[in-house]
Ligand binder design. Structure first.
Ligand SMILES: NC(=O)c1ccc[n+]([C@@H]2O[C@H](COP(=O)([O-])OP(=O)(O)OC[C@H]3O[C@@H](n4cnc5c(N)ncnc54)[C@H](OP(=O)(O)O)[C@@H]3O)[C@@H](O)[C@H]2O)c1
Length: 284
């Protein structure tokens, strides 16, 4: 694997962020933590307060102009809301068309296809499209990434390195898989919040004080996820091991399966994937 911090010529990759909000700030923080030099990072955002925060908290130069910041970058991270993507990419179009070796564009916006980005850029720029999730804000993200066929190895490594600075990454062979990634891990934190919320509420109904029930629900989720992440066993086997015949866990699991919860979870995630597909069409 190529060091994500260097280009093919051995020089450090220069990364510019368009949009300096929550995600950009977390990604920049993650890169700095991994030893990426602030000199090789820059950002642009229309909001002077956002620029001030980026400069003071990360020591990263923050500009008003997106095109000025993107000049000379090896990677441009498009970290704006989906509804602002067309305007941002169109603004870069003229500059990108004039470049012999344009930077790779890394989009973290939900639902914006690589086709739309290349169409707005009016040139077949290399594009990496990703779907991170909110735990990326605390360095615990899960991201799916897809690269167009003109993204070279160094650019893949640089783009992958940005998302790897805030969590785990998985490269996808087909762009349409990003709809499934959106449904599983993009929306996924909300499913786990709902489960933890219900577990906490059940504990309270059984007589536990609220803070203790919340603590137990959260730490059980953290512990179960850590145990599963460390194990090579299938999840079904891990569940079987804590479900003794005739025991307390079996009483609960039988109730959940009887109520069709696994089936409902599959149907819910499929609905999310379908919605992701529809939103892609709307944004494009
Ligand atoms: N937050 C997450 O956990 C998460 C997870 C997965 C994916 N994402 C995706 O990541 C992207 C960024 O999300 P975010 O939460 O970081 O949003 P955010 O905090 O709103 O940041 C976006 C920033 O872009 C600025 N902006 C708007 N128009 C711009 C333009 N033309 N040029 C440059 N900057 C511009 C915004 O300024 P104004 O506020 O003044 O408009 C804002 O400061 C979104 O597409 C989102 O779908 C986020």
């Amino acid at each position: 694997m190529i060091d994500p911090k260097t280009t093919s010529t051995g020089t450090p990759g220069k990364i510019h962020f368009i949009g300096g909000g929550n995600m950009a700030s977390s990604l920049i923080g993650g890169l700095l933590k991994q030893g990426f030099s602030p000199e090789n990072l820059s950002a642009s955002d229309p909001n002077p307060q956002v620029r001030e925060t980026l400069q003071t908290s990360h020591g990263v130069p923050a500009l008003e102009s997106n095109t000025q910041g993107s000049q000379g970058a090896d990677l441009v991270v498009l970290a704006v809301k989906p509804q602002h993507m067309q305007a941002v990419v169109s603004e870069l179009a003229e500059m990108l068309q004039q470049m012999d070796a344009p930077p790779v564009l890394l989009s973290i916006a939900a639902g914006i296809t690589t086709d739309s980005i290349q169409r707005w850029a009016k040139v077949r720029v290399p594009v990496v499209r990703s779907m991170p999730n909110t735990p990326a804000l605390i360095g615990q993200g899960a991201s799916g990434l897809y690269a167009t066929d003109n993204v070279n190895l160094m650019q893949r490594s640089l783009a992958g390195g940005v998302l790897a600075a805030v969590g785990k990454v998985w490269w996808l062979p087909e762009e349409k898989m990003l709809d499934a990634v959106t449904a599983v891990s993009g929306s996924g934190p909300a499913y786990f919040f709902l489960f933890m919320e219900s577990l906490q509420a059940a504990g309270i109904e059984l007589g536990l004080p609220e803070d203790i029930s919340r603590g137990l629900a959260l730490q059980t989720a953290v512990g179960a996820a850590a145990l599963a992440a460390e194990s090579v066993e299938p999840l079904t086997e891990l569940r079987r091991r804590v479900t003794s015949p005739g025991g307390t866990t079996e009483a609960a699991i039988n109730h959940m399966v009887g109520a069709g919860i696994p089936r409902h979870i599959k149907a819910a995630v499929k609905a999310a994937s379908l919605r992701a597909e529809e939103l892609s069409k709307e944004f494009g």
